[in-house]
Design a protein around this ligand. Structure first.
Ligand SMILES: [Zn+2]
Length: 281
């Protein structure tokens, strides 16, 4: 997968109102004045930028039942999948699910256990866990190259993945192409425009932060989205807005704190966000 041809265009809204933002070690960051997206000037490549995720998974011989397989995931992965599945169920109580960037298949297992047809796409070796150990249909591919023989899905979902992609437009557009007409596309991603991140940006820019820019997850995260930039990207991909909101950090363990943070999210945006979009009928 190559970097976009012209990195001077905003990767979210496509506009040309893009300027130099900062230099984070060797990485040049650009910023769009219109939608506030901050993004890397050039894509380091999949192997180079996503090396944290390229460890092969251990392949066992026996296929795990969904409940058994779900037991193997860390708590925060389960919490993240539970949150996303709650959004899916609200907007599509039934129907098939395609998870783009499905990792080891946690969300797919929740949907399968709920009686749905499921499939996944995952370029990293973690995709083999879902395919080999859980018997899920998972293609080791990028979404732009995946092929389900013309099968379309009621729900196409992507969790914390779009910020890693070199071209979010082609990624989200390809997601939309896998949705049935009238089907929904759900995207969750980090909210780079929460107060804490904006504060860390400021401290990094004026040079007083230890480990400046560490919070941006470079070079893994190609783009730093906020609500405005992801909404504009959805519009550009021809998808209709249905719902959007903020999600608390999956690392909050206390139920009380989680409930409080969720309740306050409309006023004080949290560290993750989601959009629900619809492919026009
Ligand atoms: Zn923009």
């Amino acid at each position: 997968l190559n970097a976009p041809d012209d990195p001077k265009h905003c990767l979210a809204c496509g506009g040309e109102n893009v300027h130099f933002y900062a230099r984070a070690n060797d990485i040049v960051l650009l910023r769009c004045r219109d939608c506030k997206l901050v993004f890397q000037e050039s894509y380091p490549g999949f192997e180079e930028s996503q090396s944290d995720y390229l460890t092969a998974v251990e392949e066992g011989e026996r296929i795990l039942e969904p409940d058994e397989a779900l037991e193997t995931f860390p708590d925060f992965v389960r919490r993240s999948s539970d949150m996303v599945y709650t959004i899916i169920r609200k907007h599509a109580p039934r129907g098939s699910v395609l998870d783009v960037g499905c990792w080891m298949g946690c969300l797919l297992l929740l949907a399968k256990r709920d009686g749905r047809e499921v499939a996944g796409i995952e370029p990293a070796p973690a995709g083999d866990f879902g395919r080999v150990r859980c018997g899920l249909e998972v293609q080791r591919a990028f979404v732009e190259d995946a092929d389900f023989g013309g099968t379309l899905f009621d729900v196409v979902v992507s969790t914390q993945t779009i910020e890693h992609t070199p071209d979010p437009y082609s990624f989200l557009h390809a997601m939309g192409e896998f949705a049935k007409p009238g089907g929904i596309v759900v995207v969750t991603l980090p909210n780079a425009r929460n107060l804490q991140s904006l504060g860390k940006n400021f401290l990094s820019r004026i040079g007083v932060k230890s480990n400046p820019w560490k919070h941006l997850g470079l070079p893994k995260h190609m783009s730093q989205f906020g609500m405005k930039s992801i909404r504009l990207l959805g519009q550009r991909c021809g998808l209709e807005p249905v719902a959007s909101g903020y999600l608390p950090s999956v690392f909050i363990r206390s139920r009380a704190l989680l409930a409080l943070r969720t309740a306050l999210a409309s006023w004080i945006p949290t560290s993750n966000l989601y959009v629900v979009l619809r492919r026009p009928s």
